[in-house]
Design a protein around this ligand. Structure first.
Ligand code: ZN
Length: 693
């Protein structure tokens, strides 16, 4: 068992996102002197912030809006060999990688004192980059750990290894610090079903040829990794590990059930936890991870955890040893000799995700620095790349979006008045974090050494774990960020009722003060609306204005909300991104409500912002058309088949194409804007369109 950072499950992130920014309408510049006009800054993309050349106008907008808005771009921008997806978001991410690399290299070039942030950033990066040293050391740096696994004799020994924070080993159960969903002022320890080597239970249970092939290759991969480490009996061990994984998968819940915040809230004292699943050696596990004095646990999947505890005890120690050997080698392969790194990439990168080429070492090193001392880089990154006035500009836009939400809530026909009052309060109390945290993580307790990639990873894991341990028992830290500023993403955190936009998502070509207003509202406006929308999606809406998970809706409202959600889920269930593999409408429901509400409400905000104005037609496109094109531009992308399959099964986000084509046909204004009539492929009869917020 191991303590993980609370970000991954606690928040709902916009896995692909992008933006542009609010600007005065083009017409407003007409009164300026000619010289000022000539010097006026231009948008990064095209004349008004949109890539007209990227359109494919041979396709009608009503037949495939995604292709209409970005078909030529898609044709001309294949996925690079070292990636599984390429789109607007990925391009921004590539830029952030370059920027981070420059920050790291400048830190490395400055004169360094031992223990300074510069020294830590530089040595974390350089030790990862030094593949000669890694090759030379061979398996020596991990010899002790492999021996400890080989020496395990009892289930208690196995549980201790799984709980050791520095090793980062998986087990049938995972544990991490989490905000209490029913009391956002305190932390608890979340216990979740865990331990699979393939992405989800589906990969073990599905019977289609593709999944049979995946399992066969997975088993062969396990055998290869064990063989590389000269571990005896690799073939038999690989078969035993796959069989064990499969048994765990049978106990795991389906992904859509894991999303349910009511079913996954099962508070337990330590005594109750032990009594609930007595087969698991909790004492040794909690002591090793430093949780022995904790008395507030929340179990996500009670029956699964009970089953996994039994399975843990029934499975021979030798099988768990093999399981840990493989998972250790796999998890640490990137800082082991090339043969391990290559083998791991061949299976997980190339075969499972469809990525033809390994990423450049420096890009992977940037990711490691980001994951270990990310805020040290972030501090310099924002000073260089985040304009001082961006926060103020974003705040204006967020306020406009909040006002539009208020308007829509007031006029909802399906929600009762008392529930509306709480919903409005929830909009009022929503907190916005923009750019970077007010206080930075202090890395002074973390030691980073030159030439010690393995040791550095262990110490970084220990440092993170200690930070989490120290915060337990104290009030929750509401200023904490779950993403670094250089991350191109955004999130909503239901327990703090907050939306968070890291600096890296708020820059050109997405965050563009010189672009057309309509494109900006379709872009960043839609993204802000999406994140606020998570506060009102099928799960986020279960928290009240203080972030407390409680029933604040009347029964009548819950029933009507469910009908609307079911209708939307059914629509998405009907989309087949791959032959024989449809979107799981229930798994993606929260994200799709976020998109639908977000875009619809950003449209209201756009109309408010242009009220009484004569909005010009630009290059033949009306303001309303440009609004929807702005949204489509944000999501245009190409994806490899394997990555697409994994995304559909893992969720929660619908594939990018459906974040365009699944959303716009539910919005009446889209039909009016493009003159879409019955008979068009995307046409949905008016009564069947879903409007929730
Ligand atoms: Zn989202």
């Amino acid at each position: 068992m191991k303590l993980r950072k609370s970000a991954i499950l606690a928040v709902s992130a916009l896995a692909l996102a992008a933006a542009a920014f609010y600007a005065p309408p083009v017409a407003a510049q007409a009164d300026q002197p000619a010289a000022a006009q000539a010097a006026a800054p231009k948008p990064v993309i095209g004349a008004w912030g949109f890539d007209i050349a990227g359109m494919n106008t041979s396709v009608k907008p009503g037949d495939d809006f995604s292709v209409y808005a970005g078909g030529n771009w898609e044709k001309n921008n294949p996925v690079p060999a070292d990636r599984t997806r390429w789109g607007t978001f990925d391009m921004l991410r590539a830029k952030s990688e370059e920027d981070q690399k420059a920050v790291i290299q400048e830190a490395a070039a400055r004169p360094q004192t031992k223990g300074s942030a510069d020294q830590k950033v530089a040595d974390m990066y350089n030790s990862y980059m030094d593949t000669d040293q890694i090759e030379k050391l061979g398996l020596k740096p991990i010899e002790g750990d492999l021996k400890a696994i080989a020496k395990a004799k009892t289930h208690e020994d196995i549980a201790r290894l799984m709980a050791e924070p520095e090793l980062g080993l998986p087990g049938p159960m995972g544990a991490f610090k989490n905000i209490d969903n029913k009391n956002p002022d305190r932390y608890g320890i979340q216990i979740v079903a865990s331990g699979l080597g393939l992405p989800t239970r589906d990969f073990y249970l599905k019977t289609e040829d593709k999944f049979v092939e995946i399992r066969a290759k997975y088993q062969a991969h396990i055998e290869q990794m064990l063989t590389l480490a000269k571990i005896a009996g690799a073939k038999e061990k690989a078969a035993a590990i796959l069989a064990l994984d499969t048994k765990m998968a049978q106990l795991h819940w389906p992904q859509e059930k894991n999303r349910n915040r009511d079913l996954t809230y099962n508070p337990k004292t330590q005594a109750e936890l032990k009594a609930m699943a007595p087969e698991y050696p909790w004492d040794i596990s909690l002591r090793t991870s430093g949780l022995q004095n904790q008395d507030f646990f929340v179990v996500s999947q009670v029956d699964a955890v009970q089953g996994l505890a039994k399975l843990f005890r029934e499975t021979p120690v030798e099988t768990w040893q093999a399981y840990l050997q493989f998972r250790y080698l796999s998890g640490w392969s990137d800082i082991l000799p090339k043969a391990f790194d290559d083998a791991n990439f061949e299976f997980y990168g190339k075969f499972l995700n469809g990525q033809p080429q390994q990423r450049d070492r420096w890009k992977r090193a940037v990711a490691i620095v980001n994951a270990s001392v990310g805020e040290a880089v972030g501090q310099i990154y924002v000073a260089k790349h985040f304009p001082a006035d961006s926060k103020a500009k974003m705040n204006v836009l967020v306020e406009n979006l909040k006002e539009a939400y208020r308007q829509r809530i007031r006029t909802l026909t399906w929600m009762t008045e008392p529930t509306k009052l709480v919903a409005l309060k929830k909009v009022d109390t929503l907190r916005t974090k923009i750019g970077y945290p007010d206080k930075w993580i202090d890395y002074s307790a973390l030691e980073v050494k030159a030439g010690d990639a393995v040791g550095n990873r262990k110490r970084a894991a220990r440092f993170e774990w200690n930070r989490d341990l120290e915060s337990l028992g104290k009030p929750t830290d509401r200023d904490e960020w779950f993403m670094t500023p250089q991350t191109v993403n955004a999130y909503y955190n239901p327990t703090f009722n907050e939306i968070v936009f890291p600096a890296a998502i708020l820059q050109a070509p997405f965050f563009d003060p010189n672009a057309d207003l309509a494109v900006n509202y379709g872009g960043i406006g839609g993204v802000i609306g999406h994140e606020i929308g998570h506060g009102f999606d099928d799960q986020g809406a279960k928290s009240d204005e203080r972030g407390v998970l409680r029933t604040w809706w009347s029964e009548e409202d819950v029933a009507r909300f469910k009908v609307l959600g079911d209708k939307l889920a059914k629509q998405y269930d009907g989309y087949s991104p791959l032959p024989g593999l449809n979107i799981n409408g229930r798994l993606a429901l929260g994200e799709n409500i976020g998109d639908l509400g977000g875009l619809g409400i950003s449209y209201v905000a756009y109309k408010n912002a242009t009220k009484g104005q004569d909005v010009p037609v630009l290059d033949g496109f009306t303001g309303d058309q440009r609004f929807f094109l702005g949204w489509a531009q944000v999501w245009r992308s190409n994806m490899r088949e394997e990555a697409l399959r994994n995304q559909i099964l893992q969720g929660p986000h619908s594939p990018p194409k459906y974040r365009i084509n699944g959303v716009v046909p539910n919005i009446d204004a889209w039909y009016d804007s493009f003159g879409v009539k019955k008979g068009a492929a995307l046409y949905i009869p008016k009564d069947d369109r879903v409007k929730i917020w």
